[in-house]
Design a protein around this ligand. Structure first.
Ligand SMILES: *[C@@H]1O[C@H](CO)[C@@H](O)[C@H](O)[C@H]1NC(C)=O
Ligand SMILES: *[C@@H]1O[C@H](CO)[C@@H](O)[C@H](O)[C@H]1NC(C)=O
Ligand SMILES: *[C@@H]1O[C@H](CO)[C@@H](O)[C@H](O)[C@H]1NC(C)=O
Ligand SMILES: *[C@@H]1O[C@H](CO)[C@@H](O)[C@H](O)[C@H]1NC(C)=O
Ligand SMILES: *[C@@H]1O[C@H](CO)[C@@H](O)[C@H](O)[C@H]1NC(C)=O
Length: 353
């Protein structure tokens, strides 16, 4: 059963990945996902006469300057009026204090795939940027999160660095920060504790592929998408997830969860729609709320299908809303499924064994 399920699993997972992944490097430049120029409100008055010669300032998007894929070692001069600055895929190692002094109203700064280290980013490099909303600084050589950043920030992405430290308070007061991507770094739970405190608009937090052995403290209760997959988490503190009031998507796959580290109602959270506990060492199915729709438990050590994990009571209105359940890569066969299951999992159209 285990071997059989692998190709399908790979397929399914890549679909899931595409679905979640908002990130698209496709082509850099003008096209492709998040790098699209927000030109809707811009009028075409001719390109900036002061465009850095190596860069491209298109006439119809006069507040954007594209300097991607140019092997640049330093940040070129940025003329006044630029609000969207694309510097991804270069060899930039340093940022000077006056790099952005012309563009205090810069809104987007894209620095992905460069060679930046914290030591060569000057202390006040980002301080002229009073209106910055998006900073993308993934695939660099950072060991600490950069900052302080302005209160206008809404989207911060610093994946695939070697970040092991977030200075406490560096994100303080970023009341509009909604999205934070920190996956593929070297964060431990202690380096995070308190870092996100007070981010009252935070909705999306990705801490997958880090080095946490415990769930961190101080994650804002506003988060709806919370990703901890590929860490070394072995237990869930009592009531930990009950503290979140809007949590809908929770991923904890590829951790070290076993039954002993999962209190009875650890994952029984009424707002949850999707829960991924695949690739752990669970021996039984953790109880979940009736409202859960997608439940991923593949590749654990589950021996028994317990209806009570889904329904404590069964009635006309009491049934599990699970639509998709994955149990493949466990020790359960069709014959192990109890008949009463159908009264509880009434809308499940896909149970994989
Ligand atoms: C500021 O802009 C002017 C032209 O608009 C340019 O000559 C100068 O190099 C820029 N300075 C920086 C630090 O980008
Ligand atoms: C950044 O890290 C890469 C890979 O670890 C390394 O090859 C490169 O020399 C580093 N660059 C800097 C500027 O430290
Ligand atoms: C936060 O966003 C709101 C709504 O877009 C805006 O009115 C407010 O000025 C922003 N706050 C900061 C500090 O930028
Ligand atoms: C989940 O918790 C609710 C109370 O919040 C409880 O009524 C329900 O029986 C629990 N579900 C399971 C499957 O334990
Ligand atoms: C799988 O379950 C069967 C009983 O249903 C049991 O005999 C067997 O030892 C289990 N295998 C593993 C690897 O746990």
């Amino acid at each position: 059963m285990r071997l059989h399920s692998i190709p399908f699993f790979v397929l399914l997972f890549s679909i899931a990945f595409c679905y979640y992944s908002e990130y698209d490097y496709g082509g850099g430049g003008y096209g492709g996902g998040d790098y699209d120029s927000p030109y809707a409100h811009l009028s075409g008055e001719g390109g900036s006469p002061n465009c850095a010669p190596e860069c491209n300032c298109p006439a119809n998007y006069p507040s954007a300057m594209y300097c991607d894929n140019l092997k640049l070692k330093t940040i070129p001069p940025v003329p006044k009026g630029i609000q969207y600055l694309y510097l991804q895929n270069n060899l930039i190692e340093s940022i000077d204090d006056d790099a952005f002094k012309n563009v205090t109203d810069l809104k987007w700064l894209i620095l992905d795939r460069n060679q930046l280290t914290n030591a060569k980013i000057k202390k006040n490099a980002f301080s002229p940027l009073k209106e910055l909303q998006k900073l993308y600084i993934s695939y660099n050589n950072l060991t600490e999160l950069v900052g302080p950043l302005p209160k206008t920030m809404d989207d911060l992405r610093a994946t695939n660095n070697k970040i092991s430290k977030i200075t406490p308070n560096i994100l303080e007061g970023l009341e509009n920060l909604t999205v934070v991507h920190l996956q593929h770094n070297a964060l431990k739970e202690d380096s995070i504790s308190g870092a996100f405190k007070g981010l009252k608009s935070l909705v999306y937090l990705d801490l997958s592929y880090n080095e946490m052995s415990k769930l961190p403290k101080g994650i804002p209760p506003s988060v709806s998408m919370l990703y901890f997959d590929n860490n070394k988490i072995s237990n869930v503190p009592d009531e930990y997830f009950q503290g979140f009031k809007a949590l809908q998507y929770l991923r904890l796959s590829h951790n070290k969860l076993a039954d002993s580290g999962v209190p009875g109602n650890a994952f029984n959270v009424s707002t949850l729609l999707e829960l991924d506990l695949s690739f752990n060492s669970l021996g039984s199915i953790p109880a979940v709320n009736e409202g859960l729709e997608n439940y991923y438990l593949q590749v654990n050590n589950i021996q028994k299908f317990s209806v009570s994990s889904f329904c404590k009571a069964i009635g006309p209105l009491d049934y599990s809303k699970i639509r998709h359940l994955r149990l493949d890569g466990n020790n359960i066969t069709r014959a192990d499924l109890p008949q009463e299951m159908h009264n509880c999992l009434r809308v499940a159209n896909d149970i994989e064994l």
